[in-house]
Write a new protein. Structure first.
Length: 247
């Protein structure tokens, strides 16, 4: 899956990022800034002491393309293994196949890095996958809607619009945090992380919302009971309880 590279205009509201450090690692705040003998360096060292921030900490290091791809491959392999195990246990010729709740096209647009890196969410994550019968016979056996093969009219456009709005909100929060941090407002870091978590919850909520719009609440509940509680398919992001439509 070609996730693409970081959009150079993604944070046009703040100074452009200088790129990778000399060691080849891309950091949110470049490493040399932490060692500067100026107010910025002093401020960053204070943040390190108070909040445990560091130039090589996970919150400051941007994952490489290879790392993102490896995580995608891992989740994809887990999905395929789970589906193969279920299909092997289903009666007769009953089979299931995955349905991506937030469509692939949304992930391949200019929101790719926002979703994968900022939110740490992947299209093949269980929270974004509904397991549906592959044919009418399987649908009768499992009491679930048959995999439709195509998205309903307007769903793709609606999903893109909502993700775009969430992305724009996060850009604004990023710019506000950068400005507040340079003023010495240490509370902004905690506020920014809470905003990020809220954004993640809203993206997860969008997946559930699109599922209910497409298949109905009863089908979503049946899917969660059958594959989640009975067979262990985690239908939500473990750290989030996002089951409502995004506001």
């Amino acid at each position: 899956m070609p996730f693409g590279r970081r959009n150079a205009n993604a944070h046009a509201v703040v100074p452009p990022h200088p790129g990778s450090d000399p060691d080849g690692v891309t950091r949110v705040i470049p490493k040399d800034m932490w060692n500067r003998d100026d107010p910025t360096g002093a401020f960053l060292r204070t943040m390190s002491e108070k909040f445990g921030l560091s130039p090589d900490g996970p919150s400051n290091v941007v994952p490489t393309q290879d790392q993102v791809q490896a995580r995608f491959d891992q989740l994809k392999a887990s999905q395929e293994k789970f589906i193969a195990n279920v299909n092997a246990q289903l009666p007769g010729e009953t089979t299931i196949m995955p349905w991506t709740l937030i469509p692939w096209a949304v992930w391949n647009e200019h929101h790719t890095n926002f979703l994968l890196i900022t939110c740490e969410l992947y299209p093949v994550g269980p929270w974004n996958i509904m397991l549906l019968p592959a044919d009418e016979r399987s649908a009768l056996v499992l009491e679930l809607p048959r995999h439709p093969g195509v998205y309903p009219d307007g769903l793709m456009e609606g999903a893109l619009q909502i993700v775009g709005e969430l992305h724009e909100e996060f850009r604004t929060a990023h710019a506000t945090t950068a400005a507040e941090a340079m003023k010495g407002n240490t509370a902004c870091f905690g506020e920014f992380e809470e905003r990020r978590k809220m954004t993640v919850a809203k993206v997860c909520g969008l997946a559930h919302f699109l599922g209910t719009k497409t298949f109905g609440e009863d089908a979503m509940s049946r899917h969660e009971k059958l594959f989640g509680r009975m067979l262990g398919w985690p239908s939500r992001r473990p750290s989030e309880e996002a089951t409502q439509a995004p506001s």
